[in-house]
Design a binder for this molecule. Structure first.
Ligand SMILES: [Zn+2]
Ligand SMILES: [Zn+2]
Length: 549
């Protein structure tokens, strides 16, 4: 009997992780992280609860589809359970290596694979299939099991003009489909978008216009994993006689890795160091920077507040955000664009010019995948519940009139999916959840952020901290209040009363309010402001921190 469990990535974006078990053998596909809301001070990353894997004893192999953080960021936390190799393409492995080194896991066997390669792990044979996405070297998987073939798409779109000439392997998906596929697990991220997503090359036109009209320095903020975007911009820079500098740790690291492995080609004489930027006339430079999400310590944030050692912005300069804003980061991005505006530079975002294209397939691409693979069972993955449900509806339309009609299994994290001679069903529930990772061992994460904000608040800063169960909306543990620059007589008593008030406010709220970070934060903020004004006569800056557990 084949058991498949999603430990993350269902009902949420990020933290993708699937476990496949047959008898004694368990393989894990992807080990991703999720990045917390920027307001969740003190938490760097979130990974899935690994209790299920611990109960299995050990993991026989870790298979990675591609090098995005939501697929590899949790690798260092899974390797302690791993008794076997990590299988992935060369670029993915190269992006995993520094993470393993950082965490002191040097002894892990890294096994590089190419599309159409097959590796055998116990009763499983895992086959790698080329897909296109927003970075190079991405694969889907066909997992051959004793009961049938499971196809897992990984993240994909169908880019018919791939920059590196590596085409989406339509042929292999079609072959598998006609040979017979038991189960299809497919990416649901962009199921809400009509039509086709479009090629990575689509951004070239908008950037050509920008390069043509820009009279000063050009700074483009993008994800540091967007190697294709880097290549497009490097090519344009060479064409328009600009030097390219990679600014920010992620950009520097990934551009080095990609160059070393041949995924990024930079003509001689084009690349300069960030420390050399100031030595060139502004109109001769292109900076590729981290910070497209407004991350407070990224290169772009530093540049925006005129606090970067090497890169300054002036009135003729242009900053381009070449990435989508991840929901929840809009405010942080808004703050950065305000700073850029204060420098006098202009800002170009996705809504004004076509400077970004998604890496995930839209409705028509997802339909094509469904009709190519035509599995007996279809399981939507990678998305919040509404995307999974929409993907199920789309599949229902694709399969309408087909006999026998494929069955659609709408599952959630932890559902034990069993495949045997009689078919597939949800047979129980594994322990799932989230583990919050704090990278600085001092427990003082966010301190700098707090100091920054204290500056803004003349009357000090009050941070009510409360953990709320994401499902039930109940308070977990005891609410706490942290203060900075807010020293009062009787403050112990005052804070104890404040903490009690937090409990009351949450208890009086409806479950929907309690499980909505925005709503409950606003409520706490209003109540605590009133409380402190009445009791202390001061108006501290109240910044509620809600930890969803
Ligand atoms: Zn991805
Ligand atoms: Zn992903």
């Amino acid at each position: 009997m084949l058991e498949v469990v999603a430990l993350g990535g269902l009902g949420e974006f990020g933290m993708n992780m699937l476990a496949f078990s047959w008898g004694e053998t368990t393989i894990v596909v992807d080990a991703g992280v999720m990045f917390p809301d920027p307001e969740l001070l003190g938490v760097d990353r979130i990974i899935p609860d690994l209790t299920y894997l611990e109960q299995k004893g050990h993991v026989s192999a870790l298979v990675l589809t591609h090098g995005h953080e939501d697929h590899i960021g949790g690798v260092p936390h899974v390797v302690r359970l791993l008794k076997g190799p990590i299988y992935a393409t060369p670029l993915t492995l190269a992006m995993v290596e520094p993470k393993l080194r950082e965490h002191g896991h040097d002894g892990v066997e890294l096994h590089a694979v190419r599309p159409r390669d097959r590796v055998t792990v116990g009763p499983f044979t895992v086959e790698f299939i080329r897909v296109t996405h927003s970075m190079p070297d991405c694969v889907a998987l066909a997992i051959h099991t004793p009961i049938g073939i499971i196809v897992h798409t990984g993240d994909f779109k169908i880019d018919q003009t791939p920059i590196d000439g590596e085409h989406f392997d339509v042929h292999r998906f079609a072959e598998l489909g006609s040979a017979g596929v038991l189960g299809l697990f497919a990416d649901s991220t962009n199921v809400d978008r009509r039509g086709f997503t479009g090629s990575e090359t689509e951004v070239i036109e908008a950037f050509e216009e920008i390069f043509t009209s820009a009279t000063g320095r050009l700074v483009v903020a993008a994800f540091s994993s967007s190697i294709y975007r880097m290549q497009i911009l490097v090519n344009l820079a060479a064409q328009f006689d600009r030097k390219v500098a990679f600014v920010g740790r992620g950009m520097m690291e990934n551009s080095q890795i990609a160059q070393r492995l041949g995924y990024l080609r930079i003509p001689p004489g084009v690349q300069i160091r960030d420390s050399e930027v100031a030595g060139y006339p502004a109109q001769d430079v292109l900076c590729l920077a981290t910070g497209s999400q407004g991350e407070p310590f990224s290169a772009l944030s530093r540049i925006a507040i005129n606090d970067h050692r090497h890169v300054k912005l002036g009135p003729d300069d242009t900053v381009v955000f070449s990435a989508r804003s991840i929901p929840g980061n809009e405010k942080a991005i808004g703050r950065v664009t305000n700073h850029i505006a204060r420098r006098g530079a202009s800002v170009i975002q996705e809504d004004v010019k076509h400077v970004h294209v998604s890496g995930h397939g839209s409705e028509e691409e997802l339909k094509l995948m469904l009709s190519l693979v035509r599995p007996r069972y279809f399981v939507p993955v990678h998305g919040e519940y509404r995307q999974l449900a929409q993907h199920a509806r789309v599949a229902g339309r694709v399969f309408a009139g087909r006999t026998p009609k494929p069955e659609i299994l709408l599952t959630e994290n932890g559902d034990l999916l069993h495949f045997d001679e009689r078919g597939a069903r949800i047979a129980g529930k594994a322990t799932v959840g989230r583990v919050l990772i704090d990278d600085t061992k001092t427990g003082e994460v966010g301190d700098e952020v707090l100091r920054d904000r204290r500056h803004l608040a003349e009357d000090g800063l009050v941070v009510p901290v409360v953990a709320i169960n994401k499902q039930t909306g109940c308070i977990e543990g005891v609410p706490d209040i942290i203060t900075r620059g807010f020293v009062m007589e009787n403050s112990q008593e005052l804070l104890a009363d404040g903490a009690r008030l937090i409990g009351e406010v949450i208890e009086q709220a409806s479950v929907e309010e309690r499980t909505d970070q925005g709503l409950i934060k606003e409520k706490l903020r209003a109540e605590l402001r009133r409380f402190f004004r009445k009791r202390s006569g001061r108006r501290p800056f109240v910044l509620p921190v809600i930890m969803e557990i």
